[in-house]
Design a protein. Structure first.
Length: 313
């Protein structure tokens, strides 16, 4: 909070950050919200959902204070472009901190390298809210699955597997270079063995083929080896603080009767952090959630745990 105050100078069009809600959840050790099943964990023998914890409320309150103090870029409050595409205004220095996934570290570095040689972006270690080490919760080991209908013809199955065979090609292969860098001479150039994307490459080559199938995980940016090294070291440091919740590594589909049970929570979170609603509104929403099916859902997950155990023990 003190750092945010020091950075912010609205008259100079400089604010500390964008919406820091997800960083706050990490700093307070709130269970993951990336998958419904990861929001549950055993606490003193009882399954507890992330929204029922004190840490969840405290993280929202801290984020609300950032907004209330005027430290958050106005676009984040209004839901404008900087919130969805932070690159241009971050590069312009309108805010100095934002949450996104680790891919931003290299992609933002690469896109600014030629036009803005003094530009630097770096990953910030997640802090524990009270000082010291954070408690982080692991996301799923696989985030996207590609499925083929069992009614598909043999030729369709063959073609889908042929595509997967290309997109899963390991680091350093011709197929890997094509999916990650594009066409040499058009999307990237090679100098001293190092591939570097052109402006056209940065605009046109975004590897979405990994959603079909991906190779073993690697971090390798020969154009910016210092970024690759720092990314690996960041993951090692943060990995040391990471725990697995009760249903980690299990692909779970909740019964359809609970599909919409938690639909309104993210909007309510954003209303609270922006000062439109209060923490007491969240407490009421959690109470309503429990009575409208949350407690029944807890029992459903408990039976799942009783029948199948946990992958984390």
């Amino acid at each position: 909070m003190a750092l945010a105050k020091e950075i912010t100078n609205a008259k100079a069009k400089r604010w500390a950050c964008l919406d820091m809600k997800w960083t706050a959840f990490n700093a307070w050790g709130v269970l993951s919200g990336s998958e419904k099943s990861l929001g549950w964990n055993l606490v003193d023998g009882k399954l507890i959902n992330r929204i029922e914890t004190q840490e969840y409320l405290e993280a929202l309150e801290w984020t609300r204070k950032l907004f209330a103090a005027g430290y958050v870029h106005p676009d984040a409050k209004l839901g404008k472009s900087a919130a969805t595409d932070p690159g241009p205004k971050f590069a312009a220095g309108e805010f100095l901190i934002y949450n996104q996934d680790i891919s931003q570290w290299w992609s933002r570095t690469a896109e600014q390298a030629t036009q803005n040689p003094d530009y630097k972006i770096w990953g910030m270690d997640i802090f524990g809210h009270a000082g010291g080490s954070p408690t982080l919760w692991a996301g799923e080991p696989a985030g996207i699955f590609a499925f083929i209908s069992k009614k598909a013809s043999a030729s369709v199955v063959h073609d889908a597997l042929a595509v997967a065979n290309v997109t899963a090609a390991p680091y350093g292969t011709k197929e890997y270079m094509l999916t990650n860098y594009g066409v040499e001479g058009t999307h990237y150039t090679v100098k001293n063995g190092v591939p570097t994307k052109t402006d056209q490459g940065n605009n046109e080559v975004i590897n979405a083929y990994v959603m079909v199938a991906s190779p073993a995980a690697t971090i390798a940016h020969p154009d910016f080896p210092e970024v690759a090294k720092a990314q690996v070291e960041w993951q090692q440091r943060m990995g040391a603080f990471t725990k697995k919740s009760a249903f980690y590594g299990q692909q779970i589909t909740e019964p359809s009767r609970y599909t919409n049970l938690s639909n309104d929570f993210e909007q309510l979170e954003d209303d609270i952090t922006r000062g439109r609603k209060k923490i007491s509104d969240m407490q009421q929403a959690v109470s309503d959630w429990k009575s409208k099916g949350g407690d029944q859902l807890r029992a459903w997950y408990q039976k799942l745990l009783d029948d199948n155990g946990t992958a984390t023990s």
